[in-house]
Design a protein around this ligand. Structure first.
Ligand code: GLA
Length: 718
């Protein structure tokens, strides 16, 4: 039983962890989250870490002479007399904002229900997980809050969500409904998060907790390049291999917040959910609001193990459809090759050459529709530009197929250019405030996906093209953030509209491989994974910067979801020149592809790329299904190394990349992970034999001899 309930104590267990709550008086309190506990838990004040109420706070739990100010309330509310930032916050018709949630009851069931209108993890059969639902209520204001915990025993993870129901007659304005609320019992942790900017996404940052509020968020309408909806808590001494690591990941792609609030007694409250800044959702009688799902992972064996738990769960029980398991085609995208300057002949000659190299899918990026010779027009007018493509998309796709390649197409469906037929016909369809200037970004405005007619337009216009041409891949882009937001509830309504559109389109075209994009990785979050089996990780294709971006992204995201391409040098974003070999190996850490004009490459470069393609095809299954280990961090050392190990531990691939060379460069010993210590492994290239224990405890030495040089080594069990 994953959920053990005894004497008011709920112990949610996986083989390694326990998440424990208890009913205390009429409150639901948090007791423990961390290593598994099997012994009975006696509810007493010491275990609960409470104390008689301090002078400044009220005694609201009279029978115990205690104050909720000091308690670890599992799902907190503000003002009576807990004065910390709450998980739940609402305004009532009498103008008050005080809620008191007391325990009402619980139920458990095998399996897991889907979240209505929101992406979530799932089970394929009911015995994969067990769910606990605890109901809390405010008897005065007549609201119910249902906390849901699904224990994925075999995945070592717990998925949570929250629902609030209005049982009374008044209209309740919900201002905060956190998806996940939890505690750390001391503050000797660092908060770990993934920060960045456009073309510099998801760099790892670790900051020690103080007696303060430490917070990340997005108010940008998308989860954003700047912060990912993930926070981790690690001990100062926690490494990839050892030490405690807690990870909280939100399955949501819009405005979010995640924070740790350390109180005067060094207890840390963690909240994560939709950003409560400028959020308001009105609940009429019997209405309900569902918060997005959050996933909690705990590892006592370092950050690497935490990541592998996220990878396994997200790859197998968040990603879905045909492409969840299927190996992905190697693609070539024309964006960095041609930008907007192409015609049918150019695309076909790229396709012809790509086919000869062994590439499997040609993706036509931006510029194929309306009159789009630059980024200043035509978004929304999804009709082929016959000046460039006289035979339309259908004609082009058929010719690409005749060459022996699959065909894929770029869209930016959520946007409209002011210079477009769509905008001229429906100027009111974009997010705007009457009489205010509509701020343009990249000459575009955002369609208001909270409107049903807008959702239907997008579904129809994209579906019409997918129906009429043999399109096997779609790149779904989104290149700007929100401004002039009409109402506080709009960003969330937009997300619900977007998820509904994505659900309709991906369900209608189950064979199509959808790749997400948002100016690179500006919305690469767990909420996108059910719809997009892969995501364009960053617009920065420089191999060295990619080691940082992909390393940081892999803290939560499986490699099978990360789009990664070989581009030209000097690199278009950074101007850096790196060896083709390195660009190839770094891209193989994710979903492999090319994004350069192969017609301008030398014969030698083409030969080298053919070799990469052959090598990738040999290893594709291992990259897709293998366990990923991060061995050297570019954030900490002058190199980056990572490894994929097959499930049966018989095969491993190690990649190593030097950042900056130095004269008489130092040796760097890279210890492999995840092998069988008592088995012998052969280095495929040299034929040299090593014990698994040797590879994992002594390691392979690399010389930091050449700038930006990457090396790959393959090992096979003898
Ligand atoms: C965004 C994407 C790029 C490319 C361009 C096209 O920037 O991230 O990959 O598709 O749009 O305009």
């Amino acid at each position: 039983m994953a959920i053990q309930i005894k004497d008011g104590v709920f112990n949610l267990k996986t083989p390694d962890i326990s998440y424990i709550m208890c009913v205390f008086g009429n409150r639901l309190l948090h007791v423990h989250y961390g290593k598994r506990i099997d012994s009975d838990i006696e509810i007493d004040t010491e275990v609960l870490r409470v104390r008689p109420c301090a002078a400044m706070t009220g005694k609201d739990i009279e029978e115990y002479n205690m104050s909720s100010e000091l308690l670890l309330t599992e799902y907190s509310c503000y003002g009576s007399p807990d004065l910390r930032t709450p998980a739940f916050h609402a305004e009532y018709e009498d103008g008050s904002e005080v809620t008191v949630l007391t325990y009402k009851g619980y139920q458990t069931y095998q399996g897991k229900k889907p979240l209505r209108g929101l992406p979530s993890t799932y089970v394929e059969c009911d015995d994969e997980a067990e769910t606990l639902e605890i109901t809390l209520e405010d008897t005065l204001q007549k609201i119910e809050v249902i906390l849901s915990y699904t224990v994925f025993e075999n995945y070592n993870a717990i998925a949570r969500s929250v629902k609030v129901k209005n049982r009374g007659d008044q209209v309740v304005k919900v201002k905060s409904l956190m998806s996940c609320s939890s505690y750390l019992l001391d503050k000797n942790y660092e908060m770990m998060h993934l920060q960045g900017a456009w073309a510099r996404e998801r760099h790892i940052q670790r900051l020690p907790l103080g007696n303060s509020m430490q917070r990340i968020d997005s108010k940008r309408g998308a989860s954003s390049h700047h912060h990912s909806p993930f926070i981790g808590f690690v001990r100062p001494y926690t490494t990839e291999e050892a030490g405690e690591a807690y990870g909280f990941s939100l399955i949501y792609s819009g405005n979010f917040e995640a924070y740790a609030e350390t109180n005067a007694y060094d207890t840390v409250r963690i909240n994560m959910g939709i950003n409560s800044f400028s959020f308001c959702h009105k609940l009429k009688k019997n209405d309900e609001l569902v918060a997005p799902e959050a996933v909690m992972v705990y590892s006592a064996e370092g950050i690497g193990a935490m990541s592998r738990t996220f990878h396994k769960l997200y790859k197998n029980r968040l990603c879905r459809g045909k492409w969840r398991d299927a190996e992905r085609p190697i693609l070539i995208n024309n964006w960095e090759a041609t930008y907007f300057e192409f015609d049918e002949n150019k695309i076909l000659s790229i396709a012809q050459k790509a086919k000869e190299m062994g590439i499997e899918l040609l993706v036509l990026d931006d510029g194929w529709f309306g009159k789009r010779d630059l980024d200043n027009c035509s978004l929304g007018d999804w009709t082929p530009d016959l000046r460039k493509l006289p035979n339309g998309i259908k004609g082009l796709a058929e010719k690409v197929n005749a060459i022996g390649m699959k065909f894929g197409l770029w869209f930016e469906p959520e946007m409209v250019s002011p210079d477009s037929d769509l905008y001229r016909a429906h100027p009111d369809w974009c997010i705007h405030i009457e009489s205010r200037k509509r701020t343009e970004c990249r000459h575009q405005l955002i369609l208001d996906l909270s409107k049903k007619e807008v959702q239907d337009y997008i579904v129809k216009s994209i579906s019409d093209i997918l129906c009429t041409a043999p399109i096997e891949y779609v790149k779904w882009d989104m290149n700007r953030n929100f401004t002039e937001i009409t109402t506080p509830g709009l960003p969330h309504q937009y997300m619900l509209g977007l998820y509904s559109v994505l659900e309709r389109i991906t369900t209608a075209f189950p064979e199509v491989l959808f790749e997400g994009c948002s100016g690179g990785g500006g919305r690469f979050d767990a909420g996108m994974l059910p719809y997009f089996s892969q995501y364009w990780t960053s617009d920065d294709t420089d191999a060295i910067e990619r080691t940082y971006i992909q390393y940081g992204t892999s803290v939560v995201m499986p490699a099978s979801t990360m789009g990664a391409h070989v581009s030209t040098v000097p690199n278009h974003q950074l101007g850096r020149t790196t060896p083709l070999k390195s660009r190839g190996y770094v891209a193989m850490m994710g979903q492999f592809g090319y994004e350069l004009d192969i017609e301008k490459c030398t014969d030698q470069e083409i030969e080298e790329m053919k070799h990469q393609i052959t090598e990738y095809k040999e290893l594709r299954e291992l990259f897709h299904n293998g366990e990923m280990y991060r061995l050297k961090s570019p954030f900490e050392e002058n190199c980056c190394a990572w490894e994929f190990v097959s499930e049966d531990k018989k095969n491993a691939v190690l990649m190593y990349c030097t950042v900056l060379a130095s004269c008489q460069g130092a040796y760097s010993y890279v210890k492999l992970r995840g092998l069988n210590a008592d088995k012998t492994y052969i280095d495929i290239e040299t034929g040299k034999k090593y014990g698994g224990d040797y590879l994992m405890n002594v390691g392979i030495a690399f010389e930091n001899s050449q700038d930006f040089l990457a090396v790959m080594k393959r090992f096979e069990e003898a």
